[in-house]
Design a protein around this ligand. Structure first.
Ligand SMILES: Nc1ncnc2c1ncn2[C@@H]1O[C@H](COP(=O)(O)OP(=O)(O)OP(=O)(O)O)[C@@H](O)[C@H]1O
Length: 344
């Protein structure tokens, strides 16, 4: 006996929703999926009419579904948004070059303007060259820091009002878990926000998929036959996030609401009064927001350019001190004074 859709009570159910456990037909699933994202956008006040929005487009499932859904909702509910695609080419042969081909096909399909910005142009380094220098351990630190800044720089170039990314509920639950495991209170406080970077100097980032399960994004892409690139990054298998992800998947198989429950817990956590949190400064070198005098990207870049790629992998404040010292010694010592520089 076929199972009948829980919503329309008419058509044959095709899937069991991971989020609710309800059996739904394809059309009712699309409607539920899109309506929940619309609800997130409206209640979170993610956009204002007339805004230009850059969608961070990697060619992967999340950002492909995001581009598709934002286009559908923008038309259905008259958001009045000017949507663009912004892709960062990290320079990973056999991964990002292929996924960018997917983005280009989607650009045609969705008829949205696309801008591609590369690490090589911005920083003079591709991830292939960085991994050659430092190996696979810690390479995600470089990639993550550079990408964050590259998206901001691209968004500034395009003059957009917001950046929308495809971070989904699973990504956010993983990040909460990782920040707890690392004892990183400052990031724990920030990571559940649906809008980040909304200080006067930055371009706000929004996460319309904050409450959307990865499994549902995959199901939506599958049933809608969306064109996306599904290979994992070739340099990321050793990343710490992978362990948090595996742990969460285990928990989710026992209790499907784990993901939303962790997000809820993260949102409810508050930092005790009197706990000192880093203040937001501007990098003295590039002007980017930073909690130290030098931003992480400038420190990582300095390390790469000086042949000391491990510089910046540890605590930023200590390295900043070392760099400041090394600069003043450089100025006062004409040669022979290389002790600190050599430690970097
Ligand atoms: N190279 C990139 N260019 C532009 N945006 C990116 C890029 N990489 C990631 N993003 C943005 O950041 C979000 C989260 O990226 P993450 O690396 O976690 O990938 P993901 O969860 O596999 O997402 P996706 O399936 O879209 O690749 C993406 O959905 C996308 O919006």
């Amino acid at each position: 006996m076929p199972i009948i859709c829980h919503v329309c009570n008419d058509k044959k159910a095709l899937l069991k929703r991971p989020k609710t456990g309800h059996a739904l037909c394809k059309e009712c699933f699309y409607w539920a999926f899109e309506s929940e994202i619309h609800h997130t956008i409206v209640t979170g006040k993610l956009f204002k009419e007339g805004e230009i929005v850059a969608i961070g487009a990697s060619g992967g499932k999340d950002s492909t579904v995001l581009a598709h859904t934002l286009k559908v909702l923008n038309e259905r509910y008259n958001y009045g948004l000017d949507l663009r695609l912004l892709s960062i080419d990290e320079g990973i042969t056999g991964y990002r070059d292929d996924s960018l081909e997917t983005v280009k096909r989607n650009q045609q399909e969705y008829d949205l303007p696309l801008t591609v910005l590369s690490y090589e142009t911005l920083y003079g380094w591709t991830m292939d060259a960085i991994v050659k220098k430092i190996g696979k351990k810690n390479n995600c630190t470089f990639c993550g820091v550079f990408r964050r800044q590259a998206l901001d720089r691209g968004a500034m170039m395009l003059g957009v009002n917001k950046i929308a990314t495809g971070h989904n509920a699973d990504d956010i639950a993983e990040t909460i878990l990782m920040n707890i495991l690392r004892g990183d209170i400052a990031r724990l406080k920030r990571c559940t926000a649906i809008i980040t970077g909304d200080d006067p100097s930055g371009i706000p980032r929004v996460k319309p998929f904050k409450y959307t399960y990865e499994k549902e994004i995959v199901a939506y892409a599958y049933f809608k036959k969306l064109d996306y690139f599904s290979t994992e990054c070739i340099y990321s298998p050793d990343a710490y996030r992978g362990h948090a992800r595996a742990y969460l998947k285990d928990l989710e198989s026992i209790r499907p609401s784990t993901i939303i429950d962790i997000i809820h817990s993260g949102e409810m956590l508050s930092v005790c009064q009197g706990v000192k949190l880093p203040s937001q400064l501007k990098c003295v070198r590039c002007g980017y927001i930073s909690s130290n005098e030098l931003c992480k990207a400038c420190i990582l870049l300095e390390g790469l350019n000086k042949g000391k790629p491990k510089l910046g992998i540890g605590k930023t404040s200590k390295v900043t001190q070392q760099l400041k010292l090394s600069k003043s010694e450089e100025a006062s010592c004409s040669g022979g004074c290389n002790k600190i520089k050599n430690d970097l």
